[in-house]
Design a protein around this ligand. Structure first.
Ligand SMILES: *[C@@H]1O[C@H](CO)[C@@H](O)[C@H](O)[C@H]1NC(C)=O
Ligand SMILES: *[C@@H]1O[C@H](CO)[C@@H](O)[C@H](O)[C@H]1NC(C)=O
Ligand SMILES: *[C@@H]1O[C@H](CO)[C@@H](O)[C@H](O)[C@H]1NC(C)=O
Ligand SMILES: *[C@@H]1O[C@H](CO)[C@@H](O)[C@H](O)[C@H]1NC(C)=O
Ligand SMILES: *[C@@H]1O[C@H](CO)[C@@H](O)[C@H](O)[C@H]1NC(C)=O
Ligand SMILES: *[C@@H]1O[C@H](CO)[C@@H](O)[C@H](O)[C@H]1NC(C)=O
Ligand SMILES: *[C@@H]1O[C@H](CO)[C@@H](O)[C@H](O)[C@H]1NC(C)=O
Ligand SMILES: *[C@@H]1O[C@H](CO)[C@@H](O)[C@H](O)[C@H]1NC(C)=O
Ligand SMILES: *[C@@H]1O[C@H](CO)[C@@H](O)[C@H](O)[C@H]1NC(C)=O
Length: 784
């Protein structure tokens, strides 16, 4: 015991010693204020020249498996790169050498090749790295012939300025310092503006500006050593605009401004005495969806926990998976560009703003008129409706982002029987996989030339205006999927598929589920034998099945087929290998971690939202509960049994409402014989959400009475500010937990009309909109 302790003590000391020596060998360069001709650096030994105080260094810094060359802050643990030479050249290997010579200045020798690192018009004689971080090259008369402060990359240091007609370019990422996609331009008109790199320098491509145009042709951006960031008129020698007031501490603190890889321009400070971290003192915006160009063509930006995400327009998919700037392209072409045979419809993206570039503007009072106008016009791919203006658009659509404060509705033309409204990029999933499962294209195999031509001409037109846009190639974009309408099976076939209904895998309110193997596709299926179904005509059954068959969403279980023979009513679904959400939540060994649970909750909300608002026929599920949420092989949730409520016998619906007095998943309006609306699903979802948050059942008689009903217990804890009681010793993100609890409480209010819509629920769960403090669950009961 003692020995072991001593040993571990010794290893800690050894470790500290090693880290110490490593740290110092890394900095084992001589302090060079003067760099003379003939000096050299290599990535592994003598890798940089330090400024007199040792704060800044010029030389090699590690990037990935290679090295970059530049100026970096060496005196802090986060070796922050502030200037990069030849930033778009390939990284150099460890056997390269940086040489300071009189004839060609600073050059890099690697593998027999010589590359210029700094070009000067005169022969250099010496160089210095100052404690300001400025790297300066002199001629023999000790005149400055080059300095890094005049050639900024993405960062300005204090006392450095950005002259009129100069610009900063963002880096690709936090760790890759090559040129990224955003720029900050100090314009000759006095305006400081941010643009995406790929665009022209015109107002509509700008996403931030100081609005100081017309202030003279010699305005510069300056950063002082007290964090004062301002625009200065060099002609009149006056401050034109303060971006910060400065007056921050000057001792032991570094300030830098940088156009970050995410497109936002930020002022940072670093407290050298604390050895802490960079902190942001000011930024051009706090909304990470603001930088235009983050999301490429035909996609729009939404914030998820304040982090941006690019979503494709409905029926579009990402051109390159996980590359947002590449944008999205159509994956489907209806047979006709007009709504002649009901092949197309409009899908609405509310509260989204886009580049304003219509080819036609109509004055129309109602959104429906705008939808019709677009449906009847072959040129129209989308229309924006706001303030009684209907603006028809061609592809591509640009600069989309969700803005809850803007009433604009984007009306997007889509093929009729299609899905993938929420085409989210999920890392780790192949595109083909997503296509196969998500985008199920109706039996459309013939491409109407009309729309393709339209798309292509639209893009050609665009191309002539701007820059190349990925060519829309019809063959590339049409995804021919399995036939979509659920197929009809005979009872005998299903008997064979299930091997005589041998393996029972579940039993629910609608019947028993059996495992089966469809021999034609070799796919495992779940066959549900419906019980208590209204003995209605075959036609009604078929109608309902069609409605279910037309719903496609990645968070809904797919219906593959059905059987409608004599008294037999069966449904064939895709098989979900990971059981139900109930198995996952309520068995301790399978319990997902908190962040996974948050994502599961959001995905369930997306599935319900689709049923309520995005599919062709609105579907109220009526029976949302963890047993009806299945988990696929990627542990993603899929809702099942939707659309079945309509098939139930009326007397069955009564028992369905559960036992009076228990708070089940069933909304109170069921008991009160009030009309049941989508808000009943919102209620049930709220209960499920609280179960997901707390990882326990809605009703648990084994717990003390005060805790036994989850909703009441949650409200009790919420009111008392004792939310930590809800999760025991589990480590959870308090902010997210608070959000789930509040949304759950809003959803489970007794009064349906004040429960939020699923859309609102999703926005609240994603952190896009604020969540007001929920009232007591029964506070509106008396009003009914
Ligand atoms: C650097 O070089 C200049 C001129 O070459 C000289 O005057 C100065 O003293 C040198 N400084 C140091 C620290 O060597
Ligand atoms: C590093 O630079 C110093 C000073 O120029 C020199 O004396 C030393 O030999 C160099 N070390 C290596 C390994 O090149
Ligand atoms: C330098 O390293 C690279 C990559 O490791 C190698 O391909 C190259 O041959 C090396 N050059 C010399 C001169 O050793
Ligand atoms: C602009 O100001 C700079 C000082 O930063 C000065 O050197 C330059 O001559 C000025 N240019 C004009 C056109 O006034
Ligand atoms: C900038 O300086 C010039 C020269 O003094 C002056 O005419 C101009 O009004 C100044 N601009 C502003 C915005 O102060
Ligand atoms: C800008 O800030 C400086 C220093 O904080 C102050 O002296 C000056 O009055 C301010 N100017 C404007 C235009 O706000
Ligand atoms: C830096 O940290 C020290 C020690 O915590 C503190 O006294 C000082 O006020 C801090 N400076 C700034 C600029 O925050
Ligand atoms: C500094 O910030 C980064 C990113 O926010 C974080 O990953 C890191 O842990 C922080 N370091 C310290 C010492 O706080
Ligand atoms: C993403 O796509 C854009 C546009 O097609 C391309 O320029 C860029 O190199 C891609 N980025 C990555 C990381 O592949």
């Amino acid at each position: 015991m003692h020995r072991a302790q001593n040993l571990s003590m010794a290893s800690v000391i050894l470790f500290l010693f090693l880290s110490f020596t490593l740290f110092f060998t890394a900095l084992a360069q001589q302090r060079y204020s003067n760099i003379s001709l003939g000096s050299s650096l290599t990535p592994t030994t003598n890798s940089s020249w330090l400024s007199p105080s040792g704060l800044y260094a010029f030389g090699f810094y590690q990037q990935g498996s290679g090295y970059g060359i530049g100026v970096f802050i060496a005196g802090i643990p986060q070796k922050t790169v502030v200037w990069t030479a030849n930033r778009d050249d390939p990284l150099v290997h460890s056997n390269a050498t940086l040489l300071f010579t009189s004839d060609s200045g600073l050059v890099l020798e690697a593998q027999g090749q010589t590359t210029q690192v700094i070009s000067t018009s005169e022969s250099p004689y010496s160089a210095s790295l100052f404690d300001s971080g400025n790297f300066v090259v002199y001629n023999s008369d000790r005149h400055i012939i080059w300095q890094s402060f005049d050639n900024p990359t993405d960062t300005l240091l204090s006392t450095q300025r950005l002259e009129a007609n100069s610009r900063l370019f963002s880096a690709v990422s936090q760790t890759d310092h090559s040129t990224g996609i955003f720029r900050l331009v100090m314009q000759a008109d006095g305006n400081l503006v941010q643009y995406a790199v790929t665009t022209t320098v015109t107002t509509k491509d700008a996403y931030w500006a100081t609005g100081t145009d017309g202030q003279g042709n010699n305005v510069t951006l300056n950063l002082d050593d007290d964090g004062h960031l301002y625009l200065f008129n060099f002609t009149g020698f006056n401050i034109i605009k303060n971006l910060t007031d400065g007056r921050y501490p000057t001792q032991k603190t570094i300030y830098i401004v940088r156009i970050d890889f995410d497109g936002i321009f930020r002022l940072y400070s670093y407290n050298l005495t604390q050895n802490g971290n960079w902190s942001v003192l000011w930024s051009s915006t706090n909304n990470k969806c603001d930088p235009k160009g983050l999301c490429g063509f035909n996609s729009y930006c939404v914030l998820n926990d304040l982090e941006p995400q690019c979503l494709c327009l409905p029926q579009f998919t990402h051109v390159v998976q996980n590359n947002w700037t590449a944008g999205c392209e159509r994956n489907f072409f209806p047979e006709s560009c007009k709504d002649d045979n009901g092949d197309i419809r409009i899908q609405e993206l509310t509260n989204t703003v886009w580049e304003d570039n219509p080819y036609s503007v109509l004055s129309l009072s109602f959104k429906e008129d705008c939808e019709r106008a677009c449906l009847e016009d072959c040129d129209c791919v989308a229309a924006f409706f706001k303030d009684r203006q209907c603006k028809k658009q061609r592809l591509p659509l640009r600069y989309g982002k969700r803005d809850m404060g803007d009433s604009n509705s984007a009306l997007i033309k889509v093929g009729k029987s299609i899905s993938t409204t929420t085409d989210r990029v999920e890392p780790g999933k192949k595109k083909s996989d997503q296509l196969g499962r998500g985008i199920l294209i109706a039996s459309v195999s013939i491409v109407a030339l009309g729309l393709v031509m339209l798309a292509i001409s639209g893009f050609l037109l665009y191309k002539s205006r701007a820059q190349p846009y990925k060519r829309i190639n019809a063959n590339e974009n049409i995804v021919l999927c399995e036939e979509v309408a659920p197929r009809s099976f005979t009872f005998a076939e299903l008997e064979e598929i299930t091997d005589g209904f041998r393996e029972e895998i579940g039993r629910g309110s609608f019947g028993t589920v059996y495992k089966g193997l469809v021999s034609s596709t070799q796919k495992v299926a779940a066959v549900k034998r419906l019980e208590g179904v209204v003995s209605q005509g075959e036609k009604e059954f078929q109608t309902e099945v069609k409605v279910i068959g037309k719903t496609h969403h990645k968070n809904l279980v797919r219906l593959l087929g059905y059987c409608n023979e004599g008294p037999n009513r069966l449904l064939v679904y895709e098989y979900m290998s990971n059981g139900s959400l109930a198995d996952l939540l309520f068995s301790p060994e399978k319990r997902p971690c908190f962040t996974e649970r948050v994502e599961i909750a959001r995905n369930i909300a997306r599935g319900i939202l689709y049923l309520h608002e995005e599919c062709e026929t609105q579907i109220i599920h009526c029976d949302i509960k963890p047993q009806n949420i299945l988990i696929d092989e990627y542990r993603s949730p899929k809702i099942c049994d939707f659309g079945l409520a309509k098939l139930l016998k009326p007397d069955q619906t009564k028992t369905f409402t559960g036992i009076r007095g228990t708070r089940g998943y069933v909304a109170p309006e069921w008991h009160r014989k009030l009309p049941v609306t989508v808000k009943a699903d919102v209620y049930s979802f709220g209960i499920v959400l609280l179960e997901i948050a707390c990882c326990r059942r809605n009703v648990d008689q084994n717990l003390p009475e005060i805790e036994s009903i989850l909703v009441d217990w949650v409200y009790h804890c919420f009111e008392a500010g004792e939310m930590d009681k809800l999760v025991g010793d589990e480590e959870v993100d308090k902010r997210l937990m608070d959000r789930m609890i509040k949304v759950g409480l809003w959803c489970t209010l007794d009064e349906p009309s004040i429960r939020p819509s699923m859309k609102k629920v999703l926005l609240m769960l994603e952190g896009t909109v604020d969540i007001p403090v929920p009232p007591s669950p029964t506070s509106f009961l008396t009003c009914i």
